[in-house]
Design a protein around this ligand. Structure first.
Ligand code: DAH
Length: 342
């Protein structure tokens, strides 16, 4: 009896191993566990055994039944899984094609406009030192304007000549990096991320994007700056966009100006977006300060330059009527999808 049970267990194991369809599983179920199977009728045979042999035979019978049952069940599950995997009649999963981020689109568009105007596009470094983020830009250590550029400092030993390491708080240090390596004539724009420890709200983020631009050559003057920026405004916003230059202060430019464009929504008539002024501030600019040129060993008696810096998020928000800067960084597909370019 025990030998017979062992034999059946072995047969079942082999048969189940080579099963390939659900139907075969059902056949084996009938063959090994069905009403007419040896196992189903084995209880009666046990009754005819000598009393001392019955307990072991009963136990073995049960464990063989259990084993075959669970092997069949396991096989059935794995076959079902396989069949699902290759069921070509099931509807497929739609493949979502992603698009570029709205900020990428705006950066590309602005850079293309400046490229058309003769500028080249370069990258800067997000990790800077005090020398490049401040000193070389005419912002000495004790200069009060440094407070305006609240800064994330890195927990690294300071460089002996360049000071502490930091996350750049504006893209202006790339002016220094480029002028240090190359001689005029230069006309460059540098897009990139900048960092400031601001509390996040609808109009602030601790990381945002700027585009820096500058040109250096002999006899560059403020009207070149105006010409370039007016053209930029017309091409990036609309052909009838007007610009307003307001005197301002930046340590790295002299004279300096803040530039407003005529409000995109009301064309200057006054509305809630421009706070009824008709104007929207979009960038800072000016003639590169002689001290900045000196810092990169360019002689200010021979060369002049203009520079400007703009916030990309602000421009994108104005251009598309977006009221909360956090939307750019929250990765909501419904928001992002609106800006996919085909
Ligand atoms: N770096 C300034 C800022 O982050 C923006 C800026 C102003 C850049 C005037 C310039 C400039 O190049 O000339 O607020």
């Amino acid at each position: 009896m025990l030998n017979k049970l062992k034999e059946i267990s072995e047969q079942a194991r082999q048969a189940i191993n080579s099963v390939q369809t659900i139907q075969q599983i059902r056949d084996l179920q009938t063959r090994f566990l069905g009403r007419k199977s040896f196992l189903a009728n084995a209880s009666q045979s046990i009754a005819s055994l000598a009393p001392e042999q019955r307990p072991l035979a009963g136990k073995t019978l049960n464990s063989v039944k259990k084993e075959i049952f669970s092997l069949l069940e396991e096989k059935q599950k794995s076959l079902q899984k396989q069949e699902q995997g290759i069921d070509i009649s099931l509807p497929g999963f739609p493949v979502e094609i992603a698009g570029s981020h709205p900020l990428t689109n705006v950066i590309n568009e602005i850079c293309r406009v400046f490229e058309d105007l003769g500028f080249e596009v370069q990258q800067g470094s997000e990790i800077e030192t005090e020398k490049y983020n401040f000193q070389a830009l005419n912002i000495p250590l004790d200069h009060p304007s440094r407070d305006a550029f609240d800064t994330f400092y890195l927990q690294l030993p300071a460089d002996r000549t360049q000071g502490r390491y930091l996350l750049r708080s504006h893209t202006s240090p790339s002016q220094i990096r480029i002028m240090e390596k190359r001689k005029p004539p230069l006309a460059v724009v540098v897009p990139g991320k900048v960092y400031r420890p601001d509390n996040v709200d609808a109009s602030h983020s601790f990381m945002f994007h700027q585009i820096e631009g500058f040109a250096v050559d002999r006899e560059i003057n403020f009207s070149h700056l105006k010409g370039v920026l007016v053209e930029f405004g017309r091409r990036v916003f609309s052909a009838d966009t007007r610009l307003r230059f307001r005197p301002h202060f930046f340590p790295f430019t002299e004279p300096s100006a803040e530039v407003d464009i005529s409000c995109l929504l009301c064309s200057g008539k006054g509305c809630p977006v421009c706070k009824h002024s008709g104007w929207l501030e979009i960038l800072g600019c000016g003639m590169i300060h002689p001290n900045v040129l000196r810092a990169v060993k360019i002689n200010p008696a021979k060369f002049q330059g203009f520079a400007f810096g703009m916030g990309v998020e602000r421009i994108a928000m104005l251009k598309y009527g977006i009221s909360d800067i956090r939307l750019f960084f929250s990765n909501h597909k419904k928001f992002l999808r609106q800006f996919y370019e085909v």
